[in-house]
Design a protein around this ligand. Structure first.
Ligand code: ZN
Ligand code: ZN
Ligand code: FE
Length: 749
């Protein structure tokens, strides 16, 4: 015989703004339960009363039948005395209290909304801001928690009677959908300069080869017709972006297939509700202008993720370049005034609207590697969803990240809140985005850090920020984490390995401050989250002119060739091309004048790229290495038996002198470097008995090197860990710093 009970229920996870209350309402009423459900700062709370069996079913279904955007982490229940209520209610959110609830990321327009968008009979037909509880803006419009309309940038719009009725109807898809709106009551589209209907006007700008600024979810984009050589070139010159590839938005997967190779994993990524930019191997003859991604073997492609994108693409009828609305290195513009000011010299018109963006977020970038997603930039659609990590933050941690591709990370309990992409922390605008972002995350997730983790580089603005905080708040514990230790730690966390794991870490990148004060970047580490030793590294070579050697890879060629050929290198084109300064730069390197030593793998790639005539100077970070990868001939062309990086350069120069073609040399160089990594790991294994290798650092964005290295190591019996959930580049550093700090924090004293 069943009896009546009442239970207090708490649901934690991503349960706000995802239709959880109406779901709970439908579930409870369907089971004949009475009681209440609501949002509070901890997530969703409910009280249910009815037959014991029905209450049990309710608790199970809360997890098994949760709405698509929900992520239920924990459900707890406790007995209450019967209250005898007559019905089931959705109750308002109580104010105040500690905030621990999670916030979902921005989500692409759902199929139901798309159907309405195209339905001439629907009252939201053609409305660019259509959304529902299953889709639409979230993180970018939330000012505070709990997630309720008054705490979003939709607060300015009062719902009309029809919208309000849907909002209050538990059976409706827009029940408590906070950003819901319609043409009668919601945001409006505007075109700043041209008169008439905004969408048609915007399409005319694009069709005429003009540059259009478009207000998106996380900021302004700059758009041009991707098939127009004139338009793409104009965008490049106005934006002061010489070569860095632009992303392209197309209307469907079928269209994406016309531009690049879409494997199963890439298709899933393209169509996922997160809608990132997916790097696709470019199809020969892909129908986009050369200036879209000059000399690049890949194209960044994404599908529309806002109703406005869908409408604009339908109007334009062809692929559209969509790149961040900024001048070269600045953060993307996201407020209307700022966009008008900063983009006025670039855009011919502004397709905008009056729904404010509260948090700037760039598009995320991914690729598929061995059928698995690999994040390159984790931002819109992912942030601020926390990553489950294999460590416990006994004390809340703030990890400040590195300098380039900065992110920060807040750690609490078993969660790491990795921020959206902040950018290169090299100017005031980015620094402000960094400091404001940290304050926002602290407030949203109610985390007051007690531990600060930072890079060892004293000149990074992120380091200075941490040290400045530490000085003002002496009770904070401060931990400096070596850059490459952080890289490997992020790879361990990415793969769910905890503090007991011991690995060989291969951290190959451009620049990282070493514990000996030199610049590291070709590092073999051994150990775990808590501590690692430097078990090996590429040979240090001088960087003639310091930062100038990063901008001008031919200088690294001079330094490497000088090291490789003590009696003078063979005559090479790279020396002839740079004859004016070659002797001086070589002498600088040899005497160590303004020539800091570096073991950087990035600089090795630069040197080889310059020797092979790929390029002598770069316009963006990593450009020479990217182009060297693309030069490499496909197929097996053998390798060089070199034991060291300097030996590799010598072999490359000799091969070039022997008349071997550059694409074959590039292929052999990649293979030889992968062999060198395997051989080095093998000798470290003999000493340490470690059988797992973690690969991290921006150099491993090189797919050819990554594939060859993984294959080589696996053939040698190693277990190999690569990145998936966080970038291998410096965008993952803050996560690594955070987990190192968590483990260090577990030590007594
Ligand atoms: Zn929807
Ligand atoms: Zn309305
Ligand atoms: Fe790095």
């Amino acid at each position: 015989m069943s009896r009546r009970i009442r239970a207090r229920v708490r649901v934690e996870g991503i349960v706000q703004g995802v239709g959880f209350r109406p779901f709970a309402y439908g579930l409870a009423t369907g089971l004949g339960l009475t009681g209440l459900v609501g949002n509070d700062v901890d997530g969703v709370f409910a009280e249910v009363e009815g037959e014991q069996e029905a209450v049990g079913k309710f608790l199970v279904a809360l997890r098994t039948d949760a709405p698509p955007l929900a992520s239920v982490e924990r459900i707890s229940a406790a007995a209450l005395p019967l209250a005898g209520d007559m019905d089931f209610l959705i109750v308002p959110s109580p104010p105040g209290g500690e905030r621990r609830t999670l916030i979902s990321a921005d989500t692409a327009t759902c199929d139901d909304c798309l159907a309405e968008l195209k339905d001439t009979a629907d009252r939201r037909f053609g409305y660019p801001f259509i959304n529902c509880v299953n889709c639409g803006p979230r993180f970018t419009i939330i000012k505070d928690v709990p997630y309720d309309r008054p705490f979003t940038t939709m607060a300015a719009f009062e719902m009309c009677a029809l919208c309000a009725a849907e909002y209050q109807d538990p059976a409706d898809r827009r029940f408590h959908a906070q950003p819901t709106c319609c043409p009668a009551c919601g945001p409006r589209l505007s075109l700043a300069l041209a008169a008439g209907e905004p969408l048609a006007g915007a399409a005319r700008v694009l069709a005429g080869g003009g540059v259009l600024a478009v207000k998106g979810l996380g900021g302004y984009h700059l758009a041009v017709d991707a098939t127009s050589a004139v338009a793409a070139s104009a965008l490049r010159s106005r934006k002061h972006r010489e070569d860095k590839p632009f992303a392209v938005m197309v209307s469907s997967v079928e269209e994406a297939r016309l531009l690049g190779e879409v494997d199963e994993a890439a298709e899933l990524l393209l169509t996922s509700r997160r809608r990132p930019i997916v790097l696709l191997p470019r199809r020969p003859g892909a129908g986009v202008a050369p200036a879209v991604a000059p000399g690049n073997s890949h194209l960044g492609v994404m599908l529309p993720y806002t109703p406005l994108h869908h409408l604009l693409l339908a109007e334009v009828g062809r692929p559209m370049v969509l790149t961040s609305g900024n001048r070269s290195d600045e953060p993307i513009a996201y407020t209307d005034d700022d966009a008008l000011e900063r983009l006025s010299g670039i855009a011919d018109d502004f397709l905008s609207h009056d729904r404010a963006i509260h948090i700037r977020t760039d598009d995320s970038v991914l690729r598929s590697f061995r059928g698995k997603p690999a994040l390159i930039r984790r931002s819109r659609g992912y942030a601020p969803e926390p990553l489950a990590v294999p460590v416990t933050f006994d004390q809340p941690v703030l990890a400040c990240g590195a300098e380039l591709k900065n992110t920060f990370c807040l750690g609490k309990d078993n969660r790491a809140f990795l921020s959206h992409h902040i950018g290169d922390l090299e100017n005031v605008a980015t620094l402000i985005a960094f400091t404001e972002g940290i304050e926002h995350f602290k407030r949203l997730f109610s985390i007051e850090p007690q531990v600060l983790a930072h890079d060892l580089h004293p000149e990074y603005l992120s380091t200075k920020y941490a040290l400045d905080l530490a000085e003002r708040f002496p009770e904070l514990r401060v931990i400096g984490v070596q850059h490459h230790h952080a890289h490997i730690a992020s790879c361990l966390a990415d793969n769910g390995l905890d503090a007991t794991a011991e690995v060989i870490g291969v951290a190959f990148d451009g620049t990282g401050y070493g514990t000996d004060g030199t610049i590291w970047g070709g590092e073999f580490l051994a150990g775990g989250l808590a501590a690692m030793e430097r078990a090996g590294h590429l040979a240090p070579v001088p960087m003639p002119g310091g930062a100038a050697a990063i901008r001008h890879p031919w200088r690294m060629a001079a330094a490497y060739l000088d090291a490789a050929f003590p009696d003078g290198p063979p005559p090479l084109d790279v020396a002839r091309r740079n004859a004016g300064s070659w002797t001086v730069v070589t002498a600088m390197a040899r005497r160590g004048v303004n020539s800091p030593l570096t073991s950087s793998a990035g600089r090795l790639f630069d040197a080889v790229a310059a020797i092979l005539g790929v390029r002598d100077s770069v316009n963006y970070e990593g450009q020479a290495a990217i182009e060297l990868e693309q030069l490499a001939a496909s197929g097996d062309h053998g390798a060089y038996p070199a034991q060291t990086s300097v030996g590799l350069v010598r072999a490359v120069a000799d091969d070039l002198g022997a008349g071997t073609s550059r694409d074959v040399i590039a292929a052999r160089f990649h293979r030889a470097l992968a062999d060198l990594i395997t051989a080095t790991c093998d000798s470290i294994r003999q000493r340490t008995q470690l059988g797992t290798v973690a690969l991290s650092g921006g150099v491993f964005q090189n797919q050819l090197l990554l594939a060859l290295t993984v294959a080589g190591l696996e053939a040698d019996g190693f277990t190999v860990l690569t990145h998936s959930r966080v970038p291998c580049n410096d965008g993952g550093i803050s996560l690594g710093q955070a987990v190192v700090a968590a483990v260090a924090g577990a030590w007594p004293g």
